[in-house]
Design a protein around this ligand. Structure first.
Ligand SMILES: *[C@@H]1O[C@H](CO)[C@@H](O)[C@H](O)[C@H]1NC(C)=O
Ligand SMILES: *[C@@H]1O[C@H](CO)[C@@H](O)[C@H](O)[C@H]1NC(C)=O
Ligand SMILES: *[C@@H]1O[C@H](CO)[C@@H](O)[C@H](O)[C@H]1NC(C)=O
Ligand SMILES: *[C@@H]1O[C@H](CO)[C@@H](O)[C@H](O)[C@H]1NC(C)=O
Length: 136
């Protein structure tokens, strides 16, 4: 009887350990590894820039929702180019969460720059204005 109880204890402990591991696995891994801003200032109307920024990342988000197995997507609206790549081991939900964190991070960190990159443990985001139209 005693050994049965200790077996149950071990199983419970294992269960707790597994649950902790599962928590780690469903982590969007938004530990910041690196961020870089373009040295060029936003050369277009700011509200146009923000609206294109939103459209570009909404488009990427939609691509990821339409196909839950993709870990890479790009989009471009009025010369505002965005690219997101998640590590292959991230789940769909974590990939989208990582993308959301990275896109608000690049807005916050590169608020006046016309481009930038954010590298999290779980995903990579790049934002750039098409240079052919830099004079507009
Ligand atoms: C920026 O564009 C918006 C709409 O496209 C316009 O209402 C606004 O006046 C423009 N601002 C500047 C500073 O040109
Ligand atoms: C872009 O999205 C942000 C956050 O969702 C929002 O606060 C902002 O008003 C949007 N801007 C434009 C121009 O659509
Ligand atoms: C989803 O994306 C994966 C990986 O790119 C691809 O192999 C698959 O064909 C796509 N599925 C659909 C329904 O588009
Ligand atoms: C963005 O991040 C970089 C690197 O962490 C930092 O050097 C820079 O000052 C930040 N810029 C802004 C506008 O927050």
């Amino acid at each position: 009887m005693r050994s049965c109880i200790s077996l149950i204890t071990i199983l419970l402990l294992c269960g707790i350990l597994l649950m902790n591991t599962a928590d780690v696995l469903s982590d969007p891994q938004t530990k910041l590894l690196k961020q870089v801003c373009s040295q060029f200032k936003i050369g277009v109307n700011m509200s146009d820039f923000l609206s294109n920024f939103n459209k570009t990342f909404l488009d990427i988000r939609e691509q990821m929702s339409n196909n839950r197995s993709i870990h890479f997507a790009t989009a471009e609206h009025t010369n505002l180019y965005g690219m997101v790549q998640c590590r292959n081991y991230l789940s769909h939900g974590d990939c989208v969460a990582c993308l959301d964190a990275a896109s608000s991070q690049v807005r916050k960190n590169c608020s006046t720059a016309n481009g930038g990159q954010v590298i999290y443990e779980g995903c990579f985001l790049r934002l750039a204005i098409d240079f052919c139209d830099k004079d507009n």
